[in-house]
Design a protein around this ligand. Structure first.
Ligand code: FAD
Ligand code: UDP
Length: 394
């Protein structure tokens, strides 16, 4: 990728690109691409072209109505939660919200038990009636403390011991990632906390809600600007040399951008099996995890998430695979080292900015991607405003 050759002006030098030219070429219409397009177009009057390989906007957060009219997430269940009021307020410009607190149960030894592990999980699993204080002592007794917690196995075993690790984490993680938890960073299982109270919510963030009309509608509103042109079904490589632009924002996999020159970064993919039943409700909570049985990891019933009323119900079964679209970066030391080689290359390109989950090779949630994109916007806008000031007639 050598960047555009069609115009000679330095980056960001005018108020906007010459007629017919774009200030920004944004690759990917997921959260990273859409937030940056919206900010650049609406706040700084930049002309933006978004190029998206898929036939729709929204990236992996895309949702749509299935053939029965049920709102589903084709790329797996997306539940919005954040502790960032800035992120929540920013997205609130484009959607109203439906309050929703996600709950998950894990199928273990014939019971459906709350996960994250809490007081009820332990009492029901072991037939005990511990208080919170007694549970603290119980965990302390089971735990195998480590001076430094490095792996996803250690992150769990050092807190709650091996039995709970074996029952709730080992099998799930092996299925999800295709490798043992001892070969993954601690941050992977540390996403799931342990509680000594009876709180059975999956997340405890201060903002937990679903976009009232769905994610896709929210993205449509973000991209609704005369300064934004959208090209679907197009790989950016088909057009990058055909259209003039000044700066690229790239939100795809970083190794693909560099033609995998240092070798392919590993990603985990998922085959999503969507199933519809002619019944109102299928399961008692939004998601049921299957750490020990079946090839799939979890089953999600969308109507819990969306609050939709419908005589039918739609579910998604997640079957993790090595092949297929890249969905998850795989956090472990060797992959981080390989990613850093690509990042070093990326830093040498002044007219390309890498943003988002796959471009940063970080296991980011949606709100983290929005926060990252807003931060990138602030940096870009400083540069744009500075160069504008330089070119003001004195
Ligand atoms: P993406 O959404 O991947 O968007 C990148 C876009 O770039 C894609 O649409 C892709 O088609 C396009 N693209 C790539 N290469 C090219 C190219 N060469 N040319 C043109 N276009 C290209 N987060 C949460 O907060 N809560 C959840 O409950 C949650 N659940 C998840 C469940 C699953 C199964 C998965 C996989 C992720 C989940 N996430 C969740 C994470 C969330 O999906 C991501 O954080 C977020 O969607 C990332 O946005 P992005 O813009 O970085 O990337
Ligand atoms: N995990 C597990 N058992 C569970 C839930 C999660 O072992 O019942 C582990 C597993 O390694 C998983 C990770 O914790 O990949 C993070 O879980 P999370 O629900 O955050 O995964 P995501 O929604 O991102 O797929």
């Amino acid at each position: 990728m050598n960047g555009p050759t069609t115009f000679q002006t330095p980056l960001f030098c005018s108020n906007s690109a010459p007629r017919g030219a774009f200030d920004f070429l944004i690759v990917g219409a997921g959260f990273a691409g859409a937030v940056l397009a919206e900010r650049l177009a609406n706040e700084l009057n930049q002309r933006v072209l978004i190029v998206e390989r898929r036939p729709h906007i929204g990236g992996n957060a895309f949702d749509r109505h299935d053939e029965h009219g049920i709102l589903v997430h084709p790329y797996g269940p997306h539940i919005f939660h954040t502790n960032s009021t800035d992120v929540f307020e920013y997205l609130s410009r484009f959607t109203k919200w439906r309050p929703y607190e996600h709950r998950v149960k894990a199928s273990v030894e014939g019971q459906l038990l709350p996960i994250p592990i809490n007081l009820d999980t332990i009492n029901r699993l072991y037939g005990l009636s511990l208080s919170s204080r007694e549970l603290e002592a119980f965990f302390a007794q089971q735990a195998e403390p480590k001076p430094t917690v490095r792996t996803a196995e250690e992150a769990v075993v050092s807190k709650v011991g091996r039995d709970l690790y074996d029952k709730f984490f080992r099998g799930y993680t092996r299925k999800q990632w295709g490798r043992d938890p001892s070969q993954l960073d601690a941050s992977v299982t540390a996403r799931v906390p342990t509680r000594i109270n009876r709180d059975d919510r999956y997340f405890t963030d201060i903002h937990q809600a679903m976009p009232q009309d769905g994610y896709t509608r929210m993205f449509e509103r973000m991209l609704d600007s005369p300064n934004i042109k959208l090209m679907l079904n197009t790989d950016y490589r088909e057009i990058e040399h055909l259209l003039p632009w000044r700066h690229m924002i790239y939100t795809g996999p970083i190794d693909a951008f560099f033609d995998h020159r240092f070798g392919a970064l590993p990603y985990r993919s998922i085959r999503f099996e969507h199933v519809t039943h002619h019944q109102e409700r299928f399961q008692e909570v939004g998601t049921i995890n299957y750490p020990n049985e079946h090839a799939y990891t979890r089953v999600t019933e969308f109507k819990h998430l969306t609050g939709q009323r419908h005589p039918w119900t739609s579910l998604v079964y997640e079957h993790p695979t090595a092949e297929g679209d890249p969905y998850y970066p795989v956090p472990c030391p060797e992959n981080t080292a390989l990613y850093r080689r690509y990042r070093d290359e990326a830093e040498k390109l002044p007219n390309v900015t890498f943003v988002g989950r796959l471009a940063s090779y970080q296991y980011y949630n949606m709100d983290q991607v929005v926060a990252q994109a807003l931060k990138v916007f602030r940096t870009l806008s400083e540069r744009i405003l500075l160069t504008r000031a330089d070119h003001m007639p004195s």
